[in-house]
Every structure is written in structure tokens, then in C-alpha cells.
Design a protein around this ligand. Structure first.
Ligand code: HEM
Length: 527
């Protein structure tokens, strides 16, 4: 091979010239400046010091969760209707407003627990985060591939994540730590029944669903609100892997899902998802056996049908992984007019956490980066300066006025939307209480009964294999929970561990839980 570098610039070389970040041409990219060919280096060697010190700073903290992922781009296209009705009856949010209306999107798929270079075939929820670049500013819908979550109160998030992440001493993910936490957290049973079934390892990102999980609100022109849940359904179908399938895939490639998605887009096989919503009136719904603001629950589709509102197509890959995937920043607080929060206690906590971590992880001006910038809306703020300021946000006619109010120029407040009264009137005492109607087991049991036989067998196998590595009190408590979820599940997992119902009948309910009449009935039959 010819050593081009040693020859220096060639007379007819038309390629652009290498420069440093100041725009100075680089004449020698092979040798530092030294005193003589063998002498000491000099400190004024600006080009070398700039190059190496930038390299020293190439890494930023990886995301504390969802570190491994991949971003792609495409568009969302609205149906303009909810069932037979124009969608404006339910929301005035602009991406849904007209049939055929298209909005640019960026989507990042991810795994949750592993680090930036970890395996994409791990048993783990998958992130499904969508950024809509609307003309009213950005809207982020930050979801997962499973419809429910482990916990219902954000105060427990760092605990559940610590239990799932590697042991702080050995740095190994340990079933005994995971199930120690889960066995004391009955609300996670619904999530566990999903996560340890084949759905816990999607075949790849193109063949998985997405769910908003938390309950949001829609606001219409009259200011009326409805509770809403979002669901993405892949046109490609849903495919999952057993642990044995995943072991083979992982042996070949740790990043198979990224490759599958990027290759499909490159060959023009653009993946597509339908967006469906479930809505209910904005109240407590005392007739239900669960709280509509509880993210460990799904809304029964026979009563709250999932209705299509649009489709999303992904048709291009990132040009630079770091700029567009590592620095993209999603958050549940990023909503536009016509969309709102509910009082879901997870959603409120998430809404603080995302932008908080992004100011630390990416920097205080993360919203000036092209991938995060509200590119289809006007951004005009009086926020100035800070680390890595890239430009001055849009401003009023007088650039000296970076404050408000002012009579000499600057920016003014927008008029409130015509109807901004949203939702029911709520009053109550400040307190720390779990919500009523926790009903931790019923939907987990229904999910188990809906599974095909091979999925149930896989679930039992996965639970048994991992619980076998746990301490006996943890095993007993987990069998106790699973018997309350569904007899067949508890009996089968118990049999695999040598634990019968009679061995767990002495266990009292946990202080952190409320039992339903049906739960008590099941408990009374254990002994
Ligand atoms: C990422 C917090 C629950 C979906 C993150 C990040 C944090 C976080 C700090 C890293 C963000 C970044 O570095 O840019 C929380 C908290 C939760 C919670 C405090 C509960 C209180 C959930 C739930 C879902 C979810 C229930 C699914 C509905 C995601 C996704 C990402 C993410 C998809 C990755 C976003 C991306 O691709 O950049 N979360 N999370 N999280 N979270 Fe959550």
C-alpha cells in the first residue's frame, strides 16, 4: 500500500484541505512541533493541543437509562378523524388537525438498562420516543414497547432502576437483587408478566409496538378535556424472541436491531406504525376497578376502543450518530397546545427528570442543537448565554431588550388560547398516600390468560430460571404474588422451585399493598 501521508500534499489533489476549528489550514497532521526531530515538544503547539484536548472531551455522560439506542427520521400523517368524528371535537393539537396532514418526526428506539454499547437482544423494555417537529413547537411522545410500567409513583424510579442495573459491588446484573425489589413491590406484577414473556425481547425495533404508557389529556377548541392513552402498532407485525433465540442473535451481533432498522431504511423498506388512541372522559371513573391515572394498568379495549388517528413512516437514517442520537433529548413536558398532562404521579415526576438530566448530560443549551431545535416553529426567548451558546434565540425589534415587560421593544406575552379552562376542579389535603384501587393482580392475571400456550411456557421458564438464583424468602414471596396473579402461573413457577401454596400460606400481605375481595378469596385457598 502506498504511504500517501509521507508524501505530503500532491500537486493535483482536488480534495478539500484539512483545517483546525479556527479555520487555519493544517500543514502537517503527522508530526508535533518539537525542538529538532528528536527534541522536546513545545507548549505553543496550538494545533496539536487543540486536537488532543478536543478528543479528551469526546464523550459526554451516557443516558442514565436508555443509553443504547438509535435515531431515525420520517413523518407522521394524520387521519383527521377519531372514529367518525372530526378529531377537533377532542383535540386542537395541530399534528392531528386535518386528513393527510404531515409532520416531521425523529424517533429514537432504545434498550433501558444496559450501557451505550450493550446488547440489543437483552430482556429489557424498549424505548419508543417520538419527537414531532410541529409548527406550534415540538411535541415529544416518550413511550416504551410494553403498555404498562413497574411502578406508579415517580419517587420509586431510582429504586427500581438501581435494582435492575448491575450490582454496585460486582457490576453484574443480579436476579436476586431484581426480585428482592420486585417481591416487595406488588404493583410491578403486571409489568413482570409482560417482561418475562417473549414480549420482553422484541425481535428488533421494526417489529415492536409502542405505548405512551402514562395517561395524558387532550384539549379541544372549547377547552374541554379527555384522558388519552397512545399506542403505536407496527404495520410489519409484532415479533418476539425467546431467551434461546436471543442467545443466538447476541452471539452474532450485539447491535442487530440498529442494523436491521438502518438496513431496512437504506434499501427503501420504510417501516410504518399506526397511531391509535384510547380516550375516556376526564374524571375519576369510580365504576372502574382501577384508576385511569395508574400506569400499571391498561384500559380494557372493549370499553375504550383503540381508534386510529394517523400513521408514521420512517424513511431516513442519521448522518451523524453522536449529534443526532447521543444528543437528541426527549421529555414528557414537551407538549403543544391541545395536549396536556394528567395528574398521573409518574408523569409529573418524569416531566421534571428529563430536562433536568439533559441540562447535565448535554448542557444548558441542549435545545439549540439542530436535532432538538423546534425547527418548524418560531423560537423567541429572553434566555441568554450559558455553556455552548450557539446562537441568540429569535428576539424583538430592539436587541437591547432581553427582558419582559418593556415599552421599548422586546418580546410580548402571547394571548391565552380562547378556552384554557382544563379538566375537573380538584381539592384535597397535602398528603403522601397511594392511590385507591391499586388492584395489583387482576390485569396481570388477565394478561397471562390471554397468552398462547408457548408464551405461558416461556414466561414460566424465565421466572423459574431466574428465581432459582434468588434467596428462599424472595422465592416464596414471588410465588405468593404469582398465585394471586393466576393459580396456574403460581403453581407452575412454584413447582419449578419446589414451593407449594402451603409453603407460602403463612405470608401476610405487605404493608405497601391493598387487597381486593378477589385477592382475599385466592389467599384463603392457599392453605
Ligand atoms: C429516558 C427518567 C419512566 C421512557 C429517560 C431518562 C431519564 C428518565 C432521566 C434519560 C433521558 C436523557 O438522558 O435524555 C424517567 C423517570 C421515570 C421514567 C424519572 C419515572 C418516574 C419512564 C416510562 C417510560 C419511559 C414510564 C415509558 C413510557 C423513556 C424513554 C427514554 C427515557 C423512551 C429514552 C429517550 C431517548 O431515546 O432519548 N427516562 N423515566 N420512562 N425514558 Fe424514562
Amino acid at each position: 500500500m502506498t504511504d500517501v501521508s509521507s508524501k505530503g500534499p500532491q500537486p493535483n489533489d482536488e480534495r478539500p484541505v484539512l483545517t483546525n476549528r479556527q479555520g487555519h489550514p493544517v500543514y502537517d497532521n503527522q508530526n508535533q512541533r518539537t525542538v529538532g526531530a528528536r527534541g522536546p515538544a513545545t507548549l505553543e503547539n496550538y494545533q496539536f493541543l487543540e486536537k488532543i484536548s478536543h478528543f479528551d472531551r469526546e464523550r459526554i455522560p451516557e443516558r442514565v437509562v436508555h443509553a443504547r439506542g438509535i435515531t431515525t427520521y420520517g413523518y407522521f400523517e394524520a387521519t383527521g378523524y377519531l372514529g367518525d368524528e372530526p378529531i377537533g371535537r377532542y383535540t386542537r393539537a395541530v399534528p392531528f388537525s386535518e386528513p393527510g396532514k404531515r409532520t416531521d418526526v425523529a424517533v429514537r428506539f432504545s434498550t433501558v438498562i444496559g450501557g451505550r454499547d450493550s446488547s440489543e437482544s437483552a430482556r429489557d423494555p424498549r424505548g419508543f420516543a417520538v419527537k414531532f417537529y410541529t409548527e406550534h413547537g415540538n411535541w415529544d411522545l416518550v413511550g416504551n414497547n410494553l403498555a404498562v410500567f413497574f411502578i406508579r409513583d415517580a419517587i420509586k424510579f431510582s429504586d427500581v432502576i438501581h435494582a435492575l442495573k448491575p450490582d454496585p459491588v460486582t457490576f453484574r446484573q443480579e436476579p436476586r437483587r431484581i426480585f428482592d425489589f420486585m417481591s416487595q413491590t406488588p404493583e410491578c406484577m403486571h409489568m413482570l408478566v409482560n417482561l418475562f414473556s417473549p414480549r420482553g425481547i422484541p425481535s428488533d425495533y421494526r417489529h415492536m409496538q409502542g405505548f405512551g404508557v402514562n395517561t395524558y389529556k387532550w384539549v379541544n377548541e372549547r377547552g374541554e378535556t379527555h384522558l388519552v392513552k397512545y399506542h403505536w402498532m407496527p404495520k410489519q407485525g409484532v415479533r418476539s424472541m425467546t431467551a434461546a433465540d436471543a442467545a443466538i442473535v447476541q452471539g452474532r451481533d450485539l447491535g442487530h436491531a440498529t442494523k436491521d432498522l438502518q438496513d431496512a431504511i437504506d434499501r427503501g423498506d420504510h417501516p410504518e406504525w399506526e397511531l391509535l388512541v384510547q380516550i375516556m372522559s376526564d374524571d375519576e371513573h369510580p365504576e372502574l376497578d382501577f384508576d385511569p391515572l395508574d400506569d400499571t394498568k391498561v384500559w380494557p379495549e372493549d370499553r375504550f376502543p383503540a381508534m386510529p388517528v394517523g400513521r408514521m413512516v420512517l424513511d431516513s437514517n442519521v448522518a451523524n450518530f453522536f449529534a443526532e442520537n447521543e444528543q437528541i433529548s426527549f421529555g414528557t413536558g414537551v407538549l403543544i397546545d391541545g395536549l396536556d398532562f394528567s395528574d398521573d404521579k409518574m408523569l409529573v415526576g418524569r416531566t421534571f427528570s428529563y430536562s433536568d438530566t439533559q441540562r447535565y448530560r448535554v448542557g444548558p443549551n441542549y435545545l439549540q442543537l439542530p436535532v432538538n431545535h423546534a425547527k418548524n416553529a418560531q423560537v423567541r426567548t429572553n434566555q441568554r448565554d450559558g455553556l455552548m451558546t450557539y446562537h441568540v434565540d429569535g428576539q424583538g425589534e430592539n436587541p437591547h431588550v432581553n427582558y419582559e415587560p418593556s415599552i421599548t421593544g422586546g418580546l410580548r406575552e402571547a394571548e391565552y388560547p380562547v378556552n384554557d379552562e382544563q379538566g375537573p376542579v380538584i381539592s384535597g389535603r397535602l398528603t403522601r398516600k397511594r392511590i385507591p384501587r391499586t388492584n395489583d393482580y387482576a390485569q396481570a392475571g388477565e394478561r397471562y390468560l390471554l397468552m398462547e400456550q408457548w408464551e405461558r411456557d416461556d414466561l414460566v421458564l424465565n421466572f423459574t430460571t431466574l428465581l432459582a438464583q434468588c434467596d428462599r424468602p424472595v422465592q416464596e414471596r414471588m410465588v405468593w404474588h404469582l398465585l394471586l396473579v393466576e393459580d396456574d402461573l403460581g403453581l407452575r413457577v412454584g413447582a419449578g422451585l419446589g414451593i407449594g401454596p402451603e409453603d407460602v400460606a403463612h405470608l401476610e400481605p405487605l404493608a405497601s399493598q391493598d387487597l381486593t375481595d378477589e385477592d382475599r378469596d385466592r389467599l384463603s385457598k392457599l392453605g
